[in-house]
Design a protein around this ligand. Structure first.
Ligand code: ATP
Length: 349
């Protein structure tokens, strides 16, 4: 199992063996997907474009039918229920607000089963929660992107779902607004106790937004864990590389150490035999004078990244922003952090 963290004892949402194929001659777009989300938990599905994230979310919402597998909410099997009877909220990538309806009526849309006075009360309550009370009579086009985003969220949470599904909800916002809106949405979800499944291809977004995340590749799960777990203990080379820059280094493991082109490296977990190791750029310390040569230097304000060559191999190394090394300088590569075994060489990696 790719799980490194516990499956919640009483999950709000449980997906079991979900499989979907659009073309008989093609591999499944979603392939035997299983995970569980605890009540109130913020969960992310992270993966590259085309790996099946949106399809997974649409299967959970009921907009697509799975070939195999089940969707459970608490004790209820939702697999054959239409979307509007699932008790799950959905925020689309483009928000999908009704352009001709006011903010108030957009939020009221999913509350048709309530009496007019109960509906009004609930809309006012939710608009207050997302801080849009003063905009209730406006149309969506009279709002900023971030405000439209909050209307979409308000509409999704108004009927009181246990879980909301968020499909790349921040991707159309510019970088500054994205960060702020992301924090607001996260806080709001935590405050209202609603669980969430966020779909994103942005690793930084998944790491900062989610309490746990699942890394997807070609329809399948590679690893589930907390942001810290998947970042510091990737189980595969794919996860190691998808969650930020890393160095993949071949080695010969002998228990808690491995012989590598960088010398003897300490391992995060014991292993024996030919292995592939991952070592993050921040796992190094760069010292002036040595056998390695600086190839390039990339300054990004808060960090400084070097590409360094040693014995015909290139390494990505992070240094503190004051490091004086320049391309062409000779340096020594010291390894500070333990390396993580992400695969076996020879066998399948
Ligand atoms: P992105 O981040 O680019 O949105 P994604 O991970 O969400 O990608 P999906 O949108 O789920 O991926 O698509 C996965 C694959 O399934 C793609 O190759 C896509 O072309 C295909 N696909 C999605 N929906 C359909 C459909 N209705 N019919 C046929 N193929 C589809």
């Amino acid at each position: 199992s790719p799980n490194t963290s516990e499956i919640p004892a009483e999950p709000a949402l449980r997906v079991e063996g979900l499989t979907k194929r659009f073309h008989p001659s093609m591999p499944p777009v979603v392939d035997n997907l299983s995970f569980a989300v605890a009540p109130g938990e913020i969960f992310a599905l992270l993966g590259p474009s085309g790996c099946g994230k949106t399809t997974a979310l649409r299967l959970i919402a009921g907009f697509e039918r799975p070939d195999r597998g089940q969707v459970w909410l608490g004790q209820e099997n939702l697999t054959h229920r239409p979307p509007e009877k699932r008790g799950i909220g959905f925020v689309f990538q483009d928000y999908a607000l009704f352009p001709h309806l006011s903010v108030f009526d957009n939020v009221a849309f999913g509350l048709r089963s309530l009496s007019p006075s109960a509906r009004r009360q609930r809309v006012e309550e939710v608009l207050g929660l997302v801080g849009l009370t003063v905009f209730k009579d406006r149309r969506p086009h009279e709002l900023s992107g971030g405000q439209q985003q909050r209307v979409a969220l308000a509409r999704a949470i108004a009927p009181g779902p246990k879980v909301v599904l968020l499909d790349e909800p921040f991707s159309s916002l510019d970088a500054g607004l994205r960060q702020v809106t992301r924090d607001e949405v996260r806080e709001l979800l935590k405050r209202s106790g609603i669980g969430a499944v966020l779909v994103t291809h942005d690793q930084e977004e998944a790491l900062s937004f989610a309490e746990r995340l699942a890394v997807m590749r070609a329809g399948s799960l590679e690893q589930i864990g907390t942001p810290e777990e998947v970042y510091t203990r990737p189980l595969t080379p794919f996860v190691a590389q998808f969650l930020g820059r890393t160095n993949l280094i071949p080695g010969e493991a002998r228990g808690i150490e491995a012989e590598t082109p960088l010398g003897l490296l300490r391992l995060a977990e014991g292993a024996v035999g030919p292995v592939l190791l991952s070592l993050r750029p921040e796992g190094f310390v760069l010292e002036p004078g040595g056998e390695a040569v600086v190839l390039s230097r990339e300054f990004k304000g808060h960090d400084l990244t070097y590409r360094v060559r040693l014995d015909g191999r290139d390494y990505v190394v992070q240094a503190d922003p004051h490091c004086p090394c320049r391309p062409g300088d000779r340096v020594r590569l010291e390894v500070r952090d333990p390396a993580v075994v992400v695969g076996r060489r020879g066998g399948e990696v």
